[in-house]
Design a protein around this ligand. Structure first.
Ligand SMILES: *[C@@H]1O[C@H](CO)[C@@H](O)[C@H](O)[C@H]1NC(C)=O
Ligand SMILES: *[C@@H]1O[C@H](CO)[C@@H](O)[C@H](O)[C@H]1NC(C)=O
Length: 201
């Protein structure tokens, strides 16, 4: 009897473990052909993608649900080389009339040293394709520095546990810079990307 109940418990444990770890896989399909959108209702010291990069030699092309990127972009943000750059990503869902914040998000307190860290999402989807990455390993590029890309396509696969994702979503990315005395610089960056999640499993 004792044996049987132990067995039952371990089996129940196993079932609930499998359910909890049953992740859902998605492909993020962007809405906008240019991929990046301005954040709405921002004061003038909050810059968009063009405040971060001069994109005039960066090509964004869409074919079906895939975005292809190539070319080069010049780092434009006027901050100081030793500044700490704090980046946050936050997922919002459009619910009938308004964008509502979801619990999915992350903040990277000091982005520059981890810009080329292999296990990170931004490495897999973006910085991996920068061919001159050795020029600024461990720190953010200086203003005016050109970033060269090998042509790549954005395949934004994500895995999540929890509620299924249906409908319109947007990811809002903000970047703030802090001086070595931890004073926030005057300008910050805000970029958003709207799209839908296509379930793959
Ligand atoms: C984004 O903002 C810039 C500058 O504030 C403006 O020139 C541009 O038209 C805006 N883009 C969109 C898609 O609204
Ligand atoms: C940057 O990219 C553009 C467009 O692909 C290209 O014409 C230009 O030569 C590139 N610049 C450099 C310095 O390689």
């Amino acid at each position: 009897m004792l044996f049987r109940s132990t067995f039952l418990y371990s089996e129940l444990f196993l079932i609930s473990f499998i359910r909890i770890s049953n992740t859902l896989k998605y492909l993020f399909v962007p809405e906008n052909d240019e991929f990046f959108d301005n954040c709405s209702n921002q004061p003038s010291n909050v810059l968009n993608i063009h405040g971060l990069f001069d994109m005039s030699h960066f090509i964004i092309r869409r074919q079906d649900d895939i975005i292809y990127m190539s070319g080069n972009s010049t780092y434009n943000w006027n901050i100081q080389p030793l500044d700490r750059v704090e980046v946050s990503f936050q997922l919002f869902k459009f619910d009938r009339i308004a964008w509502l914040q979801t619990p999915f998000g992350m903040t990277i307190r000091d982005m520059c040293p981890v810009l080329f860290d292999e296990p990170q999402y931004w490495y897999k989807y973006w910085t991996k394709y920068i061919t001159n990455k050795d020029d600024f390993k461990g720190k953010c590029p200086d203003q005016g520095k050109n970033l060269f890309y090998e042509p790549f396509s954005l395949n934004l696969f994500i895995e999540l546990t929890g509620l299924p994702l249906n409908g319109r979503y947007k990811v809002v990315m903000t970047a703030k810079a802090f001086s070595p005395n931890n004073e926030e610089r005057e300008t910050s960056i805000c970029v958003e990307v709207e799209g839908q999640f296509e379930r793959l499993n």
